[in-house]
Design a protein around this ligand. Structure first.
Ligand code: FMN
Length: 172
């Protein structure tokens, strides 16, 4: 496997938020049995600070297959794609892991062990952000858009607040 290079999350924040707005980033999760899944996310915030660590918050709707992974093991990795991964990111944002034995393989992506969390990193992504959830906010809440709030309450996004335990790139 390639060697990791530690990155400063706040220095990469512009790139990550831009990618969220343009195609989305990937978010991986794992359950207690070790099964893995991932989905595409466009909603997220980066900030500081939780016990000195940066923070990442995401919003995932309960109908997503990935939701139950986040509820089971309170960890995720935000894997930030580049332009070469646009098709894979679109796939992960339009197809459900419920319909595949291995959504990573179906998307042409490779899960690899992370440093701090059980949720996997993605080998093909140039930036992986390892996150540990410390709080969740269930609806009703006012944090998402009016359009989101038109959905039935049980389908409205859960908002997860996480501390960032490590941000990594790959050595050339
Ligand atoms: C660009 C883009 C952004 C998305 N952002 C979110 C998001 O922030 N939260 C969410 O719950 N779903 C979001 N989705 C939808 C999920 O990625 C999609 O429903 C996915 O198929 C769920 O996969 P899963 O069932 O394997 O978890 C987004 C989809 C796309 C294409």
């Amino acid at each position: 496997m390639k060697d990791r290079r530690e990155l400063n999350l706040l220095a990469e924040a512009g790139v990550i938020l831009q990618r969220m707005a343009d195609g989305g980033v990937l978010c991986t999760g794992v359950d207690r049995e070790g099964a893995q899944n991932l989905l595409t996310l466009g909603w997220g915030q980066i900030g500081r600070s939780y016990h000195g660590n940066p923070m990442f918050s995401i919003a995932v709707a309960p109908p997503r297959y990935s939701w139950r992974f986040l509820e089971d093991v309170p960890e995720f990795v935000i894997a930030v794609p580049d332009d070469a991964l646009r098709d894979a990111v679109h796939f992960c944002g339009t197809r459900s892991g419920r319909d595949f034995d291995d959504k990573f393989a179906a998307a042409g992506l490779t899960p690899v062990p992370s440093v701090h969390v059980r949720a996997p990193s993605v080998l093909e992504c140039p930036i992986n952000v390892e996150c540990h959830i410390y709080a969740r906010v269930a609806p009703p809440h006012e944090l998402l858009t009016p359009e989101h709030r038109l959905s039935p309450l049980e389908e409205q996004h859960t908002i997860y607040f996480a501390e960032v335990l490590g941000t990594y790139g790959w050595e050339d």
